[in-house]
Ligand binder design. Structure first.
Ligand code: C2E
Ligand code: MG
Ligand code: MG
Length: 723
């Protein structure tokens, strides 16, 4: 190499006089050096530039450009570490950019960068940047620039995220929406490390494999377009469109656009769910319209439809209706509670279904009333019999054993064509007849049964008239004290003489309870009892009058007041009054009955529990009830025949009652053996035909004397027996 004849200017002078702006920028973007052209070009003094961030010199939209170049250069340098300190430092071909002058004006320029050779390994890495003002080309580029800015404005204003990948497979550009949709950190993008960007993208997807597969397939078919959906792990959903990017029919890259369709998908999901819910509700409503919700059996509506269809069926087909009603179901409900009642109804429904063919209709009409429809059955009575037997099988509910029993009425179509309502009415009449005949049975409808229905209606009408006319009389039955051997109490019992015949209370009391007339009858019995027995009661304050009270009366809130008003108006001491109630009155939902009886007891009135041991009585519950006396039902007394039998249930009842401080009266004492047995058990009083039946007031004195006589005879026997 020959030496130059001219003295070479210093490199510093060359740099300073360079027409291009020259800068040295560190990796973090800080300006380390500038030359005079930089000051001229950007309008800043050197001092204003040194140590500042170079991005102040770049127009918006170009500010991250240098850093990207920096990263790319470094990557290249790292890839060829063979000559890290040589002069051949990596450089980047010039790029177009817009500079920003101090006065805020922008100018078009060309930027070329190269990494500066490092003096030592730990010297900071920096980059030389040359900027050339290319405003002179502006006129020619103006159109292009406008088109570009329009394009970039459009890209930025769209809601879609857009990614352009060049023909070399590298990211050529993205819009801001793309970056924010995918949440890609700008620094990551600036590295131009496409692998890292792809990894970041894949990490967010439910099925990254599908994503990669699609991309691979599209690169194999560069001019193909595609549209698919991406599901994100965070629940978002994007639609992905991909089209080739073409320049004059040549594919130069690929444009990917992504649209966040999560809100639309959520709305769609909601609509789908709402439609499914609606369909389910419709099915439930349909079920509700035709099914009994408790037992799952058909309801009345569905039964009626089937019955009507059966009656329209071919002539000669047998159609039988079996209407049934549980006996004393109210007691199960009252005593054991509604839950137990429901369990029993469900079990009855199940048993009914087992007694018939799968296609026969079994419906619950409401309460404890069920109906079975048999079409084309050869022997409806056999089915009725089977039902009655199947229901008698005991069942356990909440630890209590119950034996459901039912009354069933059977009606069938025969020669005289009947319509649905007539058939049901006949079944109802037969069912009522089965109840009257003693329950727990089935009866087939016979025309004579209509007569008893008519009689039942007539009975209620007649009772109404009798009550209004004051024709309800009262008879009194003596009750003897076992200790004193004399009558200390009498029980008032209602009597109805109808056309010279006595109607038994067992018939007219239920009718009175059904019609509500029992309230008037009960008041009448109390009033008559107090009036007629006042003289007898006045003779001895230890005597008392017992009056039966129905649950219907206790339902009336003013019952206690009424009782006390009657005793007061008659001048009878409330302490001489005993009210006999059955256990079932205590099991109505409100505690209203207990309150009324507790109030009356405070006023001195005593309460006896009548017919104890029948129905669903429970010794265990006795201690919670406001009662003073237990009346053992005559069905227990009648178990004593010879007097030598061992009846632990009786001794248990008496000792339990005594243990709770109650006195015990035995009902239905008809024989000396029964009286002896009961006295040996320490029963406090005895009532029954052995002493006297119920008598009208004029005959009561004789009945009382007769009772004492009978007792004395008994005692005589006992004494004689002992001797
Ligand atoms: P109850 O309160 O248990 O009355 C006792 C019933 O047993 C009476 O029947 C009485 O005549 C009958 N009896 C008494 N001693 C004997 C006996 O040694 N052997 C037999 N086999 N029976 C005997 P009655 O008068 O027919 O009354 C039947 C039921 O009607 C009464 O049973 C009571 O529950 C109800 N009743 C009667 N009068 C009234 C009333 O004024 N109001 C209410 N709510 N119910 C009444
Ligand atoms: Mg009684
Ligand atoms: Mg009784």
């Amino acid at each position: 190499m020959t030496a130059s004849p001219y003295p070479a200017p210093g490199i510093e002078a060359v740099l300073e006089s360079s027409p291009d702006a020259l800068l040295v920028v560190t990796e973090d973007g800080t300006i380390l050096r500038v030359n005079a052209a930089t000051e001229r070009m950007f309008g800043y003094t050197r001092d204003e530039l040194l140590g500042r961030d170079h991005r102040m010199l770049l127009a918006e939209g170009f500010r991250s450009g240098l850093q990207r170049i920096f990263f790319a250069l470094r990557k290249d340098a790292d890839a060829s570490p063979a000559a890290p300190h040589t002069d051949t430092t990596p450089s980047f071909h010039p790029v177009e950019a817009y500079g920003l002058r101090r006065d805020g004006t922008e100018f078009q320029g060309e930027v070329a960068c190269s990494l500066l050779a490092q003096d030592s390994e730990d010297a900071p890495v920096s980059m030389a940047v040359a900027v050339r003002d290319t405003s002179h080309r502006q006129a020619a580029d103006a159109g292009l620039r406008e088109a570009m800015s329009l394009l970039s404005a459009t890209l930025e204003s769209t809601a879609d995220g857009i990614l352009v990948v060049g023909g070399d497979g590298r990211i050529a550009g993205v819009n801001n929406q793309f970056i924010s949709m995918w949440g890609i950190p700008r620094e990551l993008l600036a590295t131009q490390d496409d692998e890292a960007v792809l990894g970041f993208v894949l990490d967010q997807l439910v099925d990254p494999g599908q994503f990669v597969e699609k991309v691979t397939a599209l690169y194999a078919a560069p001019s193909a377009e595609s549209h698919d959906v991406l599901d994100f792990r965070d629940g978002r959903t994007f639609e992905r469109y991909s089209r080739p990017q073409k320049v004059a029919d040549k594919v130069v890259g690929r444009v990917w656009s992504f649209r966040d369709v999560t809100p639309a998908r959520i709305a769609q999901d909601r609509i789908t769910q709402a439609m499914a819910d609606l369909a389910e509700q419709a099915a439930q409503l349909k079920d509700l319209a035709f099914k009994d919700p408790l037992t799952g059996l058909s309801n009345r509506q569905l039964f009626n439809d089937h019955l009507a269809a059966a009656l329209r069926g071919p002539y000669g087909t047998a159609v039988d209706v079996l209407l049934l009603d549980l006996d004393d179901f109210k007691e199960v409900n009252d005593i054991l509670g509604h839950h137990a009642g429901d369990q029993m109804l469900i079990e009855v429904g199940r048993r009914l279904r087992e007694c018939v063919r799968p296609n026969d209709v079994v419906a619950r009409l409401g309460g404890d009333e069920f109906v079975v429809l048999l079409v084309g059955s050869l022997d409806a009575e056999a089915v009725a019999k089977r039902i009655v037997e199947a229901l008698r099988v005991p069942l356990w509910i909440d630890g209590t054993m119950l034996r459901p029993s039912l009354s069933l009425g059977l009606a069938s179509i025969n020669e005289d064509a009947v319509d649905a309502s007539e058939l049901l009415r006949r079944a109802d009449v037969a069912m009522y007849a089965a109840k009257t005949a003693g329950k727990n049975r089935y009866l087939r409808f016979r025309p004579e049964m209509m007569k008893s229905l008519v009689e039942r209606t007539a009975l209620e009408a007649g009772l109404r008239v009798a009550v209004d006319a004051g024709q309800i009389a009262v008879h009194y039955q003596p009750i003897v004290s076992s200790r004193l051997g004399v009558v200390v109490k009498v029980e008032a019992l209602a009597r109805w003489e109808r056309d010279g015949e006595t109607v038994p209370p067992q018939q007219f009391i239920p009718a009175a309870e059904r019609s509500g007339l029992i309230v008037e009858i009960g008041t009448e019995v109390l009033l008559k009892g107090c009036t007629e027995l006042k003289p007898w009661l006045a003779e001895d304050s230890s005597r008392s009058l017992a009056v039966n009270v129905s649950g219907v009366q206790l339902q009336h809130g003013d019952f206690a007041e009424l009782v006390l008003a009657v005793t007061e108006s008659c001048g009878v001491d409330p302490r001489q009054l005993v009210l006999e109630v059955t256990e079932s009155v205590f099991f109505d939902d409100d505690c209203h009955v207990i309150q009324q009886l507790t109030g009356l007891r405070k006023a001195g009135v005593r309460v006896a529990l009548d017919d104890f041991g029948t129905g669903y009585s429970s010794l265990g519950r006795l201690q919670d009830l406001p009662v003073d006396t237990l009346k053992i039902d005559q069905s227990f007394t009648s178990m004593i025949h010879t007097g030598n039998e061992n009846l632990p249930i009786l001794s248990c009842m008496v000792s339990m009652a005594h243990g709770l401080g109650l006195t015990v009266t035995a009902e239905g004492v008809e024989t000396a053996a029964q009286a002896e047995y009961l006295m040996n058990l320490d029963c406090d009083s005895l009532q029954g035909f052995l002493f006297s039946g119920p008598e009208a007031e004029p005959a009561l004195a004789a009945a009382i004397a007769r009772s004492a006589g009978a007792f004395a005879a008994l005692r005589g026997d006992r004494v004689a027996g002992r001797r």
